[in-house]
Design a protein around this ligand. Structure first.
Ligand code: CMP
Length: 140
């Protein structure tokens, strides 16, 4: 059964370009409930650990440097079938391939600086949420 939670980060490009508020608003208007929220900055070590599943990919170094280059917003979101619903809301990883009206189509510039992260499975949503939030920081 599909889970009701997913995890997202608003990435440094979107924060730097002044889209933090618009993206949070877009997420809420798309029917997601924010159950945990944090404005923070990843160290190179943090970003390396978070994206460890991509360690063998050619873009790993670029991704880690980029994700530690400025502040991010981390959040846990709730909705029925949350992982799939959120991936539809954000659009394709490459913003040039994202559908009209999606967050990446509206706010992203490139595949690396693609405005937001969204978990790709229920299992990873749990792991990624726990990376940023203690149990007491998640509001049921
Ligand atoms: P995200 O959803 O955060 O998950 C992994 C990230 O790796 C992805 O979004 C992209 O920002 C990044 N990524 C994927 N493919 C490439 C690529 N070819 N070049 C640079 N970054 C990439």
């Amino acid at each position: 059964m599909a889970g009701k939670r997913t995890f997202t980060m608003i990435k440094p490009d979107a924060i730097g370009n002044g889209f933090m508020g618009a993206i949070i608003d877009h997420i809420i208007k798309a029917g997601f409930k924010v159950v945990a929220l944090k404005y923070t900055r990843l160290t190179v070590e943090d970003a390396g650990k978070f994206y460890e599943i991509h360690k063998e990919r050619p873009f790993y170094g670029e991704l880690v440097n980029y994700m530690s280059s400025g502040p991010i917003v981390a959040a846990i979101l709730e909705k029925e079938n949350a992982v799939e619903a959120f991936r539809k809301t954000i659009g394709a990883t490459d913003p040039t391939k994202a559908d009209e009206g999606t967050i990446r189509k509206l706010y992203a510039k490139s595949i690396a600086a693609n405005a937001v992260h969204g978990s790709d499975s229920d299992e990873n949503a749990g792991i990624e949420g726990s990376f940023f939030f203690a149990k007491r920081e998640i509001c049921e």
